[in-house]
Design a protein. Structure first.
Length: 271
């Protein structure tokens, strides 16, 4: 799968790019089962909502489950990601943000790169997020909202809030874009939220301003996000390096495979 010049240009302009139909229903079924299996493993990589039990996010499934390990090297994700960053890539971070039916909570307005710059010493925003819709995303189940083109403003300084929402990761709430700044940005940058069937993939820039509302619908909104970083842009040594479930340390460039290794990643779509 190769992105066209038009698609590359669109990503440069908007800060995100939507590709429908990247994964098949069969593959999505396997991804949902793998997620359910992996979600059973306890540990700090498992983030809960404020109730302390509902799963909010799970990190680093690609280090525990063979399906996710193979998925991140799939040419369908890694190929376009490599084109967008124009460098060899490795997985910096992998998470599934589970927005459960009837109450999956919001993700505050934020930019990703300031977190990775300030907490991990990532030198530059030479990375890309690849978000896979594990479930259909609609206006009802809390789609990610982007401020179109806001990545082109670069990264602002941010202040870490005292009332930290989580110690396991940096919740966007803890490093949010302040309300007055957001209000100003929204005057010049359109709010837009890609929606679509499960299997859609959204590539988005680490500096784009984004956030999402709670899920009051009866439908889940599990969103898988693999963040690929340029191997040459690996974080510099930090005084307090964050755990490996948040910051992948193996910076060896990934080699895309077009013939899927895992049997659940069906070949039907490409054969
Ligand atoms: N939770 C991530 C981290 O690295 C940062 C957020 O959406 C990405 C801002 O701890
Ligand atoms: C969300 O899951 O809605 C937020 C995604 C993100 O911050 O990357
Ligand atoms: Mn984010």
């Amino acid at each position: 799968m190769q992105l066209t010049e038009d698609q590359l240009e669109k990503y440069g302009r908007d800060g995100f790019l939507v590709l429908p139909g990247v994964l098949t229903d069969h593959e999505l079924g396997a991804i949902r089962s793998a997620f359910a299996e992996d979600a059973a493993a306890d540990g700090p990589h498992r983030i809960t909502e404020d109730d302390g039990t509902t799963i909010r996010a799970i990190y680093a499934s690609h280090t525990r489950h063979p399906l996710f390990r193979d998925l991140v090297s799939s040419e369908r994700l890694l190929g376009p990601a490599t084109q967008l960053v124009s460098q060899d890539l490795y997985v910096y971070q992998f998470k599934i943000n589970a927005k459960q039916p009837f109450g999956g909570e919001a993700w505050a307005w934020h930019q990703d790169y300031p977190v990775w710059r300030d907490f991990d010493r990532m030198p530059a925003p030479q990375a890309v997020n690849v978000a896979v819709f594990v479930d259909e995303v609609t206006e009802f189940n809390g789609p990610v909202v982007f401020l179109r083109g806001s990545h082109r403003l670069g990264s602002a300084d941010r202040v870490h809030r005292g009332d930290s929402r989580s110690e396991m990761h940096v919740d966007p709430h803890d490093y949010a874009v302040p309300a007055d700044e957001l209000a100003g940005l929204a005057e010049t940058h359109e709010m837009t939220s890609p929606k679509g069937p499960a299997g859609t993939v959204v590539f988005f820039h680490p500096e784009i301003v984004h956030g999402s509302a709670p899920n009051i619908s009866p439908f889940p909104r599990n969103l898988l996000i693999a963040t690929y970083n340029a191997s040459e842009n690996a974080p510099r040594p930090a005084v307090e390096p964050r755990p490996e479930y948040l910051v992948g340390r193996d910076t060896t460039p990934l080699v895309p495979h077009s013939r899927e290794l895992h049997p659940a990643l069906a070949l039907e779509a490409r054969s």
